[in-house]
Structure formats: structure tokens, C-alpha cells
Write a protein that binds this ligand. Structure first.
Ligand code: C2E
Ligand code: CA
Ligand code: CA
Length: 660
């Protein structure tokens, strides 16, 4: 990932240093909360004990000292009560402020001071009953502090010292044996209490730590169940939940939500060429860009693979306004993803296809919403990728129509209801030397053009069976034509779609069909398109070479309309180019078309390839093409595609020639 890329917060969160800091902060917060929680109870004990002391010592202690002490004690308690109330009212973030900690320490120390003062100024050596009462109360306050202040070892130890030391000092100053004995006991008691305090403190701290670790573990489990590991984005489960909420909310508030279904274009290529770690880095970068472009209320999630879903909620205003806003957001996301990104030192240009559906208008339930956005995303892909498309109801209908088309095509294939029409391929004089086999399908008495059903067959994989049928049928027809006079070398061209060609076992199926009908391989020409040379060149090359060696011919169909490089013409086993109809049609009037045709012819000559012009409809065009040097033609001028029987009759009545 390049330096400029934002790193993921989830990774920061799990560094050991950060974890320790978080633990310390948690323990600190809990200690403070515990102190303030138990403060009222401590203050009650202080009040009762100080009043008891004040009452019982009213005759023996000096009045000024006694009243002054009580007033000071009550003042300190009032201050502590005030801090406790303040803390109780503070919001959790406010409670983190250091003043609460300082108040806690100051309160504890002031309280220790008052009890220390009691031991010092209310000390009476004359009345041993009062002295033991004083000792008893001070000891009691210390014992109480072990519990109430244990969380703050930094306050509880000074508290104990402040409480006991002045009293002990007075006892030692007194000098009598019983006083010195009692003073020694007081010091021992101080030491013992300090030990106990430490113990309690450690136990409490460990308890807090355990609680924190358990909470963290629970959070982790929750995160794993609801969030995607790789990107830290919500996963499908959490998204579904938020979708449901958003829907309920939209219905209640009368506003809308939108769902953006995002799929990276050609992500597989990144994985295949740069490896999975690069793929992962790309997904993380995309997640970061998504987060970057969204509001707090929106949810970006990852469904898996390279599929992301963004939920935009609380969209107010008219439908037009909502559509506009959603479109702007989707475009922003699309543009953000299209920015170049550096992965492991390689600069990549990503793009995404985004489908959008709106709630509540587009759908009855949340599943529909997702499905519709998905459909719209495919529409965006179909229309060339790197685009945003909205789901509209007609789109859904089109999808359903396609599904039923696929089903019917499957049945038609099974019932042998498909047919090959043949269109003659001729030389300049009009003599037929071959034919192109074109698939025809009549559904319920209505012709469905191949441009409609071939893409469906390709998408659904039905093209494999369909293609096998076509190749076999072409061979069967060829075998029949071979018996006609002069037709022993007739070449039949068959269209092969890219998906069909790249399937394992394709070449075996073709060779088997030739074998089955005893047709020489040289009589079969496979028409492939340039899209075959964009992906997976390795397998393509192998398969072509194998078939070529067996004697088959290869033609590039619709030549000039694809985007592939011309280098393949040199390296692959190509025999002929079919100039696309669009160039042929404009060859006389359009200077550009004429140039392309001319360039194709001269390049083919240099590479020793033959050229056939498709879609020749008029005599003028034929003449012009002949002038440019073209020798082979196909088009309505020479004959339309006709059923095999009709073609057979044409062969019998017309002139047949070997390929020029
Ligand atoms: P394509 O391979 O370019 O086939 C030529 C198309 O041009 C055919 O349309 C043909 O009827 C039409 N055509 C021929 N001469 C003329 C002419 O002079 N003027 C005009 N305007 N059109 C002419 P068709 O039969 O509708 O086939 C359309 C496409 O469907 C084919 O284009 C081919 O890509 C595909 N296709 C047809 N049969 C098969 C098949 O068996 N397998 C595969 N994979 N694709 C097929
Ligand atoms: Ca063709
Ligand atoms: Ca063509």
C-alpha cells in the first residue's frame, strides 16, 4: 500500500502497546468509579464516628479543640460529598478528566488529616477510658479505609499514616510504659493495615483487569461474527440487520434509504497476476476509500470477495432529490475507487461497477433490495463497467425474460428444434467455395435472433452444449455436401464463442465430430473473435495450435472491432480475417472505413492471411472491394442464410469453386 493510503484502524487497535494503554485506562476509570460509589457510605461512617467521639469527649477534651475538630471534619465531609455528587452527574467522558482523580486524592488525604488531628489534639492521658475510645475509633476508621480506599493505593497508604502516626507520636511523647506499649501496638497495626491494603488493592486491580479482558474478548467475538476480518467493515449479517432497521425507520419516518452494490472490475486479474496478498491490500484500500466517502449514518460493508455494499439511510426530500443525492454519492465512490493506487510498488487502476436500489420504493423486503441492487450492478457491468446504474422495474422484467429464454433454449436444444442456416461464401465471380453456418431458433412460431439468445447461452454456460451441437451438425451437413459434384473441398465456417473455446476438452469434441462424420479437418473453419486473445492466451494458443496441426482453419470474425493487440496474428495459428460488415458497408463513402479495409488487406498480404469481406450487399461494394484486392465475399448480394436443403439445391444449380 502506498504511503498516502490510510491504514486500517482495526490494525492499530490490536498492537500490544495500545492494548496495554487501554487496559491501564480501564483500570484507572474503574478505580475512580469504585471510590466515588462507596464514598457516601464512608461519609456516613465518618459522620457517625465523629459525632460519637465529639459527644463522648465533650467533658474531657478542650472545648475549642473539640468543636474546631468537629467543624473541620464536617467541612471535609461536605467537600467530599460535593465531589461525589459532581462525579455522579458527570458524563462518562467527563469522568476521565483529571480533576476527579485529584478531588478523590485530596478528599482522602484531608479526611486522613482530620483523623490524625483527632488522635493528636483530642488525646487525653488522664482518662484511659477516653483514650481507648479514641484508639478504637481511629482503628475503626483505618479498617474502613482499607475497603473504601483500597482501589487507590496512592491515597490509602498516606491515609493510614496520617490517621495513626500523630496518635502514636502523642503516645510515645507521653513516655509511660502503657503509653509506649499502646504506641507500639498502633505502629504494628499501621504496618498490618498497610499490608492488608496492598493485598486488597492487588486483588481489586486483578479483578478489574480480568473484567476488561473478558469484555475485550466478548467484543472480539462479536466483531468476528459481525465484521469482516480483512477490512474491518460490517459483514453480511450486520448489513442485513442494519437494512432491516433502515427499512423500518424509512417506513416510520417517511424517508428513504438506498443500497449501493459495488463490484470491482477485473479484480480476479489482480489476484491472479500479483498474488493474494496484493488482492487483500486492494480490498483494504477500497474499504478505506469507502469509509472516507460516507457519512456517520451510512454503512459500508463487505459481502465477500470483491463485493461491497453501501447502505445510505435517512434520505429526505422528493424522490428526484433522493435519486440525485444517491447518484452523486455513488459517483463519488466510483471516482474514489478509480484513483490510482500503489500496491507493493505497482500502480494499479481499479474501477468498480455500482448498482443502486432504493427503499422502500423498489422493493417489498430487504432481500429484494439487495437482489435489485445486484441486478443493477450487472447492468453496469454489461454496459462496459466502471459505471453506476439504478435498478428500475423494467430491468427486473428483462432479467426474468432472460431466465425464461434460457430455460426454453435448453428445451429447444433437447428437442432438436434448432437449425443451422447456411450462407454462401463466394469468390469475386460469385462462385461458392464455402458457407458460414448460422444458428436459427424458432420459438412458438417466432424467430429469435442469435444476437438475443447467444449471449444468454454464453452467460449461462448453455453455450457448451449448444456449441457442440453446432459443430456436430456442421460436420454432418458437410458429410452430405461432400457427395455433391465439385463439393469435395467445400469449407464450412462455424462460429465459436470465446467461452466455448476456452473450455477444457473443446478441441477433443471438435476432432471427435470430424471423425464421426468422416470429414477432413481442412474443411472446417472456426470463426473466433478478438476477445479470445485478451484473456488466458496460454491455453488458447495451445488449443489453437493443436487444432491447426490437425488441419483445421481459423478465421478472425468481425476483424477490427475488438481491442486486442495485433501481435497475436503473428504468433497464433490464424488463417484468415473477416472484415466486419460495418467497415464494408461504408467502404465507398467513408474514407476511414476504406482506409481500414485497405490496411487490413495489405497487412493480411504481408502475413500471408486470406481476407473475406462480410455483409456485402451491393454490386458497387463488391467492385470496389475487388479493386482494393479482396478475393472472398459473403453477404446478401451473394445469398442470404438459408436452410441446409435450400443450400444444397443452390450448390447443385450454381457454380461451385475451390477457395481462391
Ligand atoms: P456473425 O458471425 O458476424 O454473422 C454474420 C451475421 O451477419 C449473421 O447474422 C448474418 O445473417 C448477417 N449477414 C450476412 N450477410 C449480411 C448482409 O449482407 N447484410 C446484413 N445486414 N447482414 C448480413 P445472424 O445470423 O443474425 O448472426 C448474428 C451473430 O450471432 C453472428 O454474427 C454470430 O456472432 C452469432 N452466431 C450465429 N450463429 C452462431 C453459432 O452457431 N455459434 C455462435 N457462438 N455464435 C453464432
Ligand atoms: Ca461469423
Ligand atoms: Ca462477423
Amino acid at each position: 500500500m502506498s504511503q498516502a493510503e490510510p491504514t486500517l484502524s482495526i490494525d492499530d487497535e490490536s498492537t500490544p502497546g495500545a492494548e496495554a494503554t487501554r487496559l491501564a485506562a480501564y483500570v484507572h476509570d474503574e478505580r475512580l468509579a469504585l471510590y466515588y460509589r462507596s464514598l457516601r457510605q464512608s461519609l456516613l461512617a465518618v459522620l457517625v464516628n465523629s459525632l460519637v467521639l465529639w459527644w463522648l469527649l465533650r467533658d474531657s477534651a478542650a472545648p475549642l479543640a473539640l468543636h474546631g475538630w468537629l467543624a473541620a471534619t464536617l467541612a471535609v465531609s461536605a467537600y467530599r460529598l460535593w465531589t461525589a455528587r459532581g462525579f455522579a452527574r458527570a458524563t462518562p467522558p467527563d469522568r476521565r478528566e483529571t480533576r476527579w482523580y485529584r478531588h478523590a486524592i485530596a478528599g482522602a488525604l484531608l479526611s486522613g488529616l482530620t483523623w490524625g488531628a483527632a488522635g493528636f489534639i483530642l488525646f487525653t492521658a488522664e482518662n484511659s477510658y477516653d483514650l481507648s475510645l479514641l484508639a478504637f475509633i481511629i482503628a475503626g476508621m483505618c479498617a474502613g479505609a482499607v475497603v473504601s480506599l483500597a482501589a487507590f493505593i496512592e491515597a490509602s497508604l498516606p491515609f493510614l499514616a496520617l490517621c495513626i502516626l500523630p496518635f502514636a507520636v502523642r503516645l510515645f511523647a507521653e513516655g509511660s510504659l502503657p503509653a509506649i506499649q499502646l504506641g507500639t501496638i498502633a505502629l504494628l497495626y499501621l504496618g498490618f493495615m498497610a499490608l492488608v491494603t496492598r493485598r486488597v488493592h492487588e486483588t481489586l486491580t486483578r479483578g478489574f483487569e480480568m473484567t476488561h479482558l473478558r469484555q475485550r474478548a466478548e467484543e472480539t467475538v462479536e466483531r468476528q461474527a459481525l465484521y469482516d476480518d480483512l477490512t474491518g467493515l460490517p459483514n453480511r449479517r450486520l448489513l442485513t440487520d442494519r437494512l432491516r432497521q433502515a427499512r423500518a425507520h424509512a417506513l416510520r419516518q417517511g424517508n428513504r434509504a438506498a443500497l449501493l452494490f459495488l463490484d470491482l472490475d477485473h479484480f480476479k486479474r489482480i489476484n491472479d497476476s500479483l498474488g493474494h496478498s496484493a488482492g487483500d491490500a486492494v480490498l483494504q484500500a477500497v474499504a478505506a476509500r469507502l469509509r472516507d466517502k460516507l457519512r456517520e449514518t451510512d454503512t459500508a460493508s463487505r459481502l465477500g470477495g470483491d463485493e461491497f455494499v453501501v447502505l445510505l439511510t435517512e434520505l429526505d426530500g422528493t424522490l428526484e432529490h433522493v435519486i440525485q443525492h444517491t447518484h452523486n454519492t455513488a459517483e463519488r465512490i466510483r471516482a474514489a475507487i478509480a484513483e490510482p493506487i500503489t500496491i507493493e510498488g505497482t500502480q494499479l487502476h481499479l474501477s468498480a461497477s455500482i448498482g443502486v436500489s432504493l427503499m422502500p420504493s423498489d422493493s417489498e423486503d430487504t432481500e429484494d433490495l439487495l437482489r435489485h441492487a445486484d441486478t443493477a450492478m450487472y447492468q453496469a457491468k454489461d454496459e462496459g463497467r466502471n459505471a453506476v446504474r439504478f435498478f428500475v422495474h423494467e430491468m427486473q422484467q428483462a432479467i426474468e425474460a432472460r431466465l425464461s429464454l434460457e430455460q426454453q433454449l435448453r428445451e429447444a436444444l433437447a428437442r432438436d428444434e434448432l437449425e443451422l442456416y447456411l450462407q454462401p461464401q463466394c469468390d469475386a465471380r460469385g462462385a461458392t467455395f464455402g458457407a458460414e453456418a448460422l444458428l436459427r431458433w424458432q420459438r412458438n412460431g417466432q424467430w429469435i435472433p442469435p444476437s438475443e439468445f447467444i449471449p444468454v447461452a454464453e452467460e449461462t454456460g448453455l453455450i457448451y452444449d449448444l456449441g457442440d451441437w453446432v459443430v456436430n451438425e456442421a460436420c454432418r451437413l458437410l458429410a452430405g455436401f461432400r457427395e455433391l459434384p465439385g463439393c469435395e473441398a467445400l469449407v464450412m465456417a462455424v462460429n465459436v464463442s470465446t467461452r466455448q473455446f476456452t473450455r477444457m476438452g473443446f478441441s477433443d469434441a471438435v476432432l471427435a465430430a470430424l471423425e464421426r462424420h468422416r470429414v477432413p479437418a481442412a474443411q472446417l473453419e472456426l470463426e473466433v473473435t478478438e476477445s479470445l486473445f485478451i484473456d488466458e492466451l496460454g491455453t488458447t494458443q495451445e488449443c489453437m495450435a493443436r487444432l491447426h496441426e490437425a488441419g483445421l482453419r481459423f478465421a478472425i470474425d468481425d476483424f477490427g472491432t475488438g481491442y486486442s493487440s495485433l501481435r497475436y496474428l503473428q504468433t497464433l495459428a490464424v488463417d484468415s480475417l473477416k472484415i466486419d460488415q460495418s467497415f464494408v458497408r461504408g467502404v465507398i463513402d467513408n474514407h476511414g472505413d476504406a482506409s481500414i479495409v485497405r490496411a487490413t488487406l495489405s497487412m493480411a498480404q504481408a502475413l500471408k492471411l486470406t481476407v473475406l469481406a462480410e455483409g456485402v450487399e451491393s454490386e458497387d461494394i463488391r467492385e470496389f472491394l475487388v479493386l482494393l484486392g479482396c478475393q472472398r465475399f459473403q453477404g446478401y448480394l451473394f445469398g442470404r442464410p438459408v436452410p441446409a436443403q435450400a443450400f444444397r439445391e443452390q450448390l447443385l444449380s450454381g457454380e461451385v469453386a475451390p477457395p481462391p
